[in-house]
Design a binder for this molecule. Structure first.
Ligand code: MLT
Length: 248
């Protein structure tokens, strides 16, 4: 099993990923929001990068079950029901809803990886479940960090490094050696730096986007997104919709 990490989605543009399981990582905040929404009872999440297309999809579906949601620059879009704070996706208003979600980096990364054999969503909130899913999948895996508007992001890289560490240390370290590319080694070394403190909140508060979100009044989101294994849900892309994956 090869496990590769792409620190930016653009790295994989020319790569044949038709046999890969792709894990999309956007800690702040698309992955964390999608995992929360599905864990809290949403029916599905339809990721759409373009705002115009998101509006069109919601008009076409024309149902009370549909919630049009998303952000630009971290803030809820005018006329949209919810923004991209995972905390907004907890409560009765989410149950059984179809969420159309447009975000800056996360949904773009999803769009760029559509040719993969399978796409799932990972973050700290569901990291244990994602690692088990990857171990059982037993084929080539590509973790794609969404980054921050074309720049590598600290929190996505640390999460990818933690996934590498957890995958390698399965079976009490008796796992046969896996191939990891250099992005994977970089992510792992970075994770080691923060592993000693075991202080993910520090990672999120140090990152460029984390600081911006704090300035915009979303400090609670950083604390929420830094939690490990709050959920066991794995969102998987099926027919352009993210739904809860069946357990292996
Ligand atoms: C994104 O997908 O770009 C982010 O989730 C932005 C945000 O934090 O709202």
């Amino acid at each position: 099993m090869n496990v590769e990490i792409a620190l930016l989605p653009d790295e994989i543009l020319d790569k044949d990923i038709s046999n890969h399981l792709v894990v999309i990582i956007d800690i702040l905040r698309a992955s964390s929001t999608i995992v929360t929404a599905l864990s809290e009872g949403a029916n599905s999440v339809i990721p759409v990068y373009s705002i115009e297309k998101a509006i069109k999809v919601s008009e076409d579906l024309c149902s009370e079950q549909v919630l049009l949601c998303g952000e630009r620059n971290g803030l809820k879009l005018p006329g949209f029901y919810l923004g991209n704070s995972p905390l907004e996706y907890i409560g009765k208003h989410i149950k059984s809803k179809i969420i159309i979600l447009s975000t800056t980096n996360g949904t773009k990364a999803l769009q760029l990886t559509r040719k993969a054999a399978k796409i799932i969503i990972g973050c700290f909130l569901n990291i244990g479940a994602v690692v088990s899913y990857c171990q059982n999948y037993n084929k080539d895996i590509l973790m794609v960090c969404a980054g921050d508007r074309g720049n590598i992001s600290l929190e996505d890289t640390v999460c990818a490094g933690m996934m590498k560490y957890l995958i390698e240390n399965r079976n009490n370290g008796k796992t046969p050696p896996l191939f990891f590319n250099d992005d994977g080694q970089i992510a792992y070394f970075l994770y080691r730096k923060f592993k000693d403190d075991d202080d993910l909140i520090k990672v999120l508060e140090t990152s460029v986007w984390g600081k911006k979100l704090k300035e915009k009044g979303f400090a609670k989101d950083l604390v929420f997104c830094a939690q490990k294994n709050l959920y066991k849900t794995i969102p998987v892309l099926e027919n352009d919709c993210l739904v809860v994956a069946d357990k292996f």
